[in-house]
Write a protein that binds this ligand. Structure first.
Ligand code: GLA
Length: 374
């Protein structure tokens, strides 16, 4: 069944339920693979979302509106894992959860690196919290969702969950991932738009090298702690510390650390550029971030690189980079508003000539975080 891109289609289907929720996807402006290293990142919630309705029931049934499946919890669908994870963690913490009937669907593309699985997990937790009056605070729900997602096999950070729960229209969140504190940063540049272009290469972090990077960084942090260079995280280091740690690490480990330090610095510089309205600086930082992810952290792929290569040589685009965990998924482009239609058209043609694939694309309007709509 074709996925409808009209939110009204899903809202109409969930409104008959007792309660209804919207959980957005997220983009990340800059600061990639820094969250699980205690660094900083700059994500924002977007309008494309998952919509979920829930009511009490005598037996638990879940309906995926797209592709139109009704199932109990014993079946084995990819998406059901996130719902079961949410239920398991709530049960462990609050005792058994009574049966319910739930339906969900949305205009948030799946596997595009926009955190659709996290949106589903956060929506499920929030819906069960409200339906059964579990009185869990937003901070606690955030932590539970992070643990639930890690249990599903991806040893990620908290960037996605914090932005989904706390997003705000036209604002990015500057997250300090060592403390989980965040501040809102205006994310609009006059005359420019954020465009997301999806490679169509399915990004399943669980099957990728994502966890290997996360484990490699844990190992490095262990070495640095034993040598009393950091208390907890790689991100405590600055560029000036690099000579100090050079001999403690292998070449490969050193390059990972250098990337993390530089990406953290890019987040700071990007915020300064946003505040001063310097599109040129923002664009250069996006391109530098992509280079680091491609050549140093090594989480890009030829399809992501092809989209960023187009952007690098096109005057309509200030800059672009791969976004999210990598190994597929989407790129983020900062494009002159008046040229965005022609830009999208040209880059989609270029991409299909280069790769034989079709790239989905849309404007990523920055919207509010998770909301109860009924
Ligand atoms: C995925 C993870 C996030 C983060 C990004 C990379 O989206 O879910 O926690 O690590 O990759 O920045």
């Amino acid at each position: 069944m074709m996925m409808s891109t009209d939110p009204a289609h899903y809202i109409e289907k969930i409104l008959p339920y007792d309660m209804a929720f919207r959980a957005p996807g997220r983009i990340n402006l800059i600061g990639e693979h820094t969250d699980y290293n205690g660094g900083c990142c700059l994500p924002a919630a977007i309008l494309p979302s998952i919509y979920l309705g829930i009511s009490p029931s005598s037996v638990t049934l879940v309906e995926a509106l797209n592709p139109g499946i009704v199932t109990g919890l014993s079946e084995d669908h990819d998406w059901l894992r996130y719902i079961k994870g949410a239920i398991r963690h709530l049960t462990e913490r609050f005792g058994s959860i009574p049966p319910f009937r739930m339906a969900f669907g949305g205009d948030l593309p799946i596997g595009a690196g926009l955190s659709s699985s996290t949106a589903l997990c956060c929506a499920t937790m929030s819906a069960l919290n409200a339906l059964f009056d579990l009185q869990i605070t937003k901070d606690e729900l955030t932590r539970l969702s992070v643990i639930a997602e890690q249990d599903s096999g991806v040893i990620g950070g908290m960037m996605d969950q914090i932005s989904i729960f706390n997003g705000r229209k036209d604002r990015a969140l500057m997250i300090h991932c060592d403390t989980w504190n965040f501040e809102y940063i205006p994310a609009l540049l006059p005359d420019y738009r954020w465009l997301v272009i999806d490679t169509g290469v399915q990004h399943r972090l669980i099957d990728s090298d994502y966890n290997n990077r996360s484990f490699a960084c844990q190992e490095i942090a262990g070495i640095l702690k034993r040598n009393q260079v950091v208390h907890e995280f790689i991100s405590e280091l600055t560029h000036d510390d690099l000579p100090l740690i050079r001999n403690l690490l292998s070449d490969e480990q050193y390059i990972l650390v250098r990337y993390v330090i530089e990406e953290n610095q890019r987040v700071q510089n990007f915020i300064n550029a946003l505040r001063s309205g310097s599109v040129l600086d923002c664009g250069e930082l996006l391109l530098a971030s992509h280079e680091g992810l491609k050549n140093e952290y090594r989480v890009s792929c030829p399809e992501l690189d092809s989209l960023v290569d187009f952007a690098r040589h096109d005057a309509r685009c200030a800059g672009a980079r791969m976004m999210g965990g990598g190994f597929g998924g989407s790129t983020l482009h900062l494009v002159d508003h008046s040229d965005s239609v022609s830009y999208l058209n040209d880059i989609q043609n270029y991409y299909s000539l280069q790769t034989g694939r079709t790239a989905r694309a849309f404007e990523a309007s920055i919207g509010d975080g998770l909301t109860r709509i009924k």
